[in-house]
Design a binder for this molecule. Structure first.
Ligand SMILES: *[C@@H]1O[C@H](CO)[C@@H](O)[C@H](O)[C@H]1NC(C)=O
Length: 529
């Protein structure tokens, strides 16, 4: 038996040596030259859609930070409007609600106390009893921008000042703090219909601010301790996965007491991940998924209200570099670290390329202060941007990687595509781009996010297998490798473990027995260092 394994192993080694001499390889990986990985999404950076139940117990849970609302006076049958989108007067005179009539975004102080931000970024404000409400206040809001909301079961609301005086829609179509007494829920001038236009943001900010510190700490501790465990690393190891990409939020650098409302404890969880990874010879990529101020306005960057403040503030950018410094100083000496990704999915529309490249260059130098070999990973901008822009930017000379996210989703382009169309797109468009970038002089190519899901609604198991096989075939050629999004997910097709257990993703990675056999034998050319 031993002899058979030995011969087999020797043959395998020969093949690998051949592959090594002709192909790319990633330094530090055993037995498998490139990253074959999975993301640990929704663990240390919360995304409500990945695990909706995390938000179940928040009172007034449809009025979290970033919710978009409208108010309609029940007596006038008109909508409250911030004239010109904000900055001046407020009227109650619109029949049809459009952008000026939508308060995006809600800032939540508590379950019944809120501030309302207009399209233009100003806040509703009222100087006290008898005064009109205007939309003239700049950020950050203070006491005069803070309103107390009472909500009835049928989505009727009353809004009052701290003094107790209720707002009403005046006959002159203004919003004034002068309703006399205590309104009932009948049709009166202080009663408004509340329309929730959207409440799409369910990130760390919404969760922590929604529950309040103590309850949020309890909910997050439980989640961080149970969502991903050493058993998952065992599962990954048994299926040939050699790397995990771990999204983290900027507040991890000030653990255990991050700025409110963020909750400490994610650092300990990351430490655990590194030690579990080491147990199973899995490598870790730390991915700064959420930067201060938010680099894309989405929940997965922990945006408070859907805005993207990161690129507009040098403070946010230098704070982000400090986070990279913290992560590099703590983890580059760990044997399980493969690389650090400086910033996930900056918005192409809102993060200018020159600001991003300058940040990437500084981040590269910071990681190099601590390690001459750790991979430094630069994510492409999302939206309308060509990843080639980062190849032309000369960010750094050694062990650099560009991360591309390939989804056949999130764009009307993919709507109504058949399963065959989807597969052809992988070969025609993705493969072509990947080959061009593989051939470009510069960073390695990494498909840091992809998923075996599409807009096809009636896909059979065989359709999914075909789609998954095509994606694996094409992404396997990426010079750095790939990581699937994501390990666990409430939506089963996004859930890597579900895909494997139910045979929807035909993963054929280097078999475990060989990896095991080779582990512990130090073979030149096999384990670079
Ligand atoms: C998709 O197909 C439906 C039904 O044929 C059609 O109404 C819709 O406009 C199509 N959408 C796109 C984005 O092509």
């Amino acid at each position: 038996m031993d002899i058979v394994i030995c011969k087999w192993g020797f043959l395998f080694l020969l093949c690998c040596a051949l592959i090594f001499t002709v192909g790319f390889s990633v330094e530090g990986l055993h037995g498998n030259a490139r990253v074959r990985g999975v993301n640990l999404g929704g663990w240390l950076v919360i995304e409500g859609w990945i695990k909706p139940s995390l938000f179940d117990d928040i009172p007034n849970g449809d009025m979290l930070d970033g919710t978009e609302v409208q108010f309609k006076s029940v007596t006038l049958q008109k909508y409250v409007s911030a004239d010109n989108g904000g900055g001046g007067t407020v009227s109650v005179d619109r029949d049809i609600p459009m952008s000026w009539e939508t308060f995006r975004q809600l800032w939540r102080v508590s379950e019944s106390i809120f501030q309302f931000r207009t399209t233009g970024g100003q806040f509703l404000t009222c100087d006290g009893d008898g005064n009109n409400v205007t939309a003239a206040a700049q950020s950050p809001p203070s006491a005069t921008e803070t309103f107390y909301v009472e909500r009835n079961y049928d989505n009727r609301v009353h809004v009052k000042l701290k003094t107790g005086t209720y707002l009403q829609a005046s006959k002159a179509n203004q919003l004034t703090a002068d309703y006399l007494g205590m309104p009932g829920w009948d049709d009166n001038a202080a009663t408004f219909e509340l329309i929730i236009v959207s409440n799409n943001l369910h990130g760390d900010y919404q969760l922590a601010n929604g529950y309040g510190h103590d309850k949020a700490q309890e909910v997050l501790k439980k989640h961080r301790d149970s969502f991903i465990t050493i058993e998952d690393f065992n599962f990954l190891y048994r299926h040939g996965i050699n790397t995990v990409r771990i999204p983290v939020g900027w507040w991890i650098a000030s653990d255990p007491n991050p700025p409110p409302p963020f909750i400490g404890g994610s650092l300990e969880a990351l430490d655990n991940a590194f030690s579990w990874a080491q147990t199973f010879s899995i490598k870790c990529i730390i991915d700064l998924h959420a930067a201060p101020g938010s680099q894309n306005g989405m929940e997965h960057s922990a945006s408070r209200d859907g805005t993207t403040g990161w690129p507009t503030s040098p403070d946010y950018i230098s704070q982000t570099l400090n986070v990279i410094d913290f992560l590099a100083s703590r983890y580059t000496s760990h044997p399980s670290l493969l690389g650090i990704e400086l910033l996930n999915e900056p918005s192409a529309a809102l993060v200018p390329l020159d600001i991003l490249v300058s940040f990437y260059k500084q981040g590269y130098q910071i990681v190099r202060k601590y390690s001459s070999t750790a991979y430094v990973i630069f994510c492409q901008r999302i939206g309308n941007a060509d990843p080639f822009e980062l190849y032309q930017a000369n960010i750094g000379p050694v062990n650099t990687v560009i991360d591309l996210h390939y989804y056949n989703l999130f764009d009307t382009f993919f709507v109504n595509m058949s399963s065959v169309d989807n597969i052809q797109f992988i070969y025609k468009s993705r493969q072509t781009q990947l080959q061009a970038l593989n051939g470009a002089n510069g960073p390695l190519v990494f498909i840091g996010e992809w998923v075996n899901e599409w807009n096809v609604t009636s896909g059979s198991q065989i359709d999914y297998q075909d789609f998954g096989r095509a994606q694996l075939e094409v992404y396997n050629a990426a010079s750095f490798g790939w990581t699937y999004w994501t390990l666990k997910n409430d939506r089963k097709h996004w859930d890597f473990e579900w895909n494997i257990r139910n045979n929807y993703l035909p993963l054929q990675l280097g078999k475990l027995s060989l990896g095991l056999f080779l582990k512990g034998h130090r073979i030149l050319g096999f384990e670079h260092s």
